[in-house]
Design a binder for this molecule. Structure first.
Ligand code: 13P
Length: 251
């Protein structure tokens, strides 16, 4: 258990129409409304953001988006700007998810551009990092994380990093039911925090929230949250059902 305020976030990926998302939000909000000691976020698809924003307004559940483009506006067909997300009611934005890296050409450089674009409009970036199974087996976990964190946070200064969240999501644990052990997750989180401590002035690393993602479920959230450097979770599949996500949030 850390002294940092925890954040439990749901990444819905490409699931739920606007009507389905609204139904979730209406059922979920009352299940978690009493919790004042932690932050809660759900990230629906773009098409559901405004509808869900209306339902979450004035509640303790914040809205997040799953990506953004770094330009403010322009001829960039199908892209969504930071300002559009903020205006739609988003407080958070997930950046650099491994599915973006794997299927949509996201690189550490584009992750960095997106992070730098999110901060000035007041969006809290949830920057995702994590090694593949092959990289872990080759003993490259730390070098992959080092590169992803270092490049993702390039050209940022300490006072911009106040809100930034890092999500450690080992690719082999995403959607596989194969959760990292609490020790594996803690080791990676500790590594990321000490790296941030080396890159930025004192205080930044100690205050930064690092979430774990990868097959988080009601059954394993408590043991993960008990670890010193695990400050929350980024939940995929188990965040799609209001009751199961509420159980995770109420760990
Ligand atoms: P699962 O919880 O479905 O493994 O997904 C994790 C994830 O990718 C969250 O961003």
């Amino acid at each position: 258990m850390s002294a940092r305020r925890s954040l439990i976030a749901g990444n819905w990926k490409m699931y739920k129409t606007s009507a389905e998302a609204a139904d979730f939000a209406r059922r979920f909000v009352p299940l978690v409304s009493g919790l004042a000691d932690r932050d809660i976020m759900i990230a629906p698809p773009f098409t559901a953001l405004e509808t869900v924003a209306g339902i979450l307004k004035g509640t303790n559940v914040a809205l997040g988006a799953q990506n953004l483009f770094w330009e403010a506006e322009g001829a960039f067909t199908a892209e969504i700007s930071p300002k559009m997300l903020a205006a739609a009611g988003c407080r958070y934005v997930i950046i650099g998810h491994s599915e973006r890296r794997q299927f949509f050409g996201e690189t550490n450089d584009t992750v960095n551009r997106r992070v730098r674009a999110a901060l000035p409009v007041g969006l809290i970036p949830v920057m995702c990092v994590g090694e593949t199974e092959q990289e872990r087996e080759a003993g490259q976990t730390f070098s992959v994380l080092d590169k992803q964190v270092r490049k993702g946070l390039k050209n940022l200064v300490a006072n911009e990093l106040g809100t930034l969240v890092i999500a450690y999501e080992p690719v082999w644990a995403i959607g596989t039911g194969k959760t990292a052990t609490k020790e594996q997750a803690q080791t990676a989180h500790q590594f990321i925090r000490s790296l941030v401590a080396n890159l930025f002035p004192a205080g930044v690393a100690a205050a930064m929230r690092i979430l774990y993602g990868g097959s988080v479920k009601p059954e394993n959230i408590s043991e993960l949250m008990a670890m010193d450097d695990i400050d929350g979770a980024l939940v995929g599949g188990a965040s799609l059902n209001p009751e199961s996500f509420a159980k995770i949030v109420c760990y």
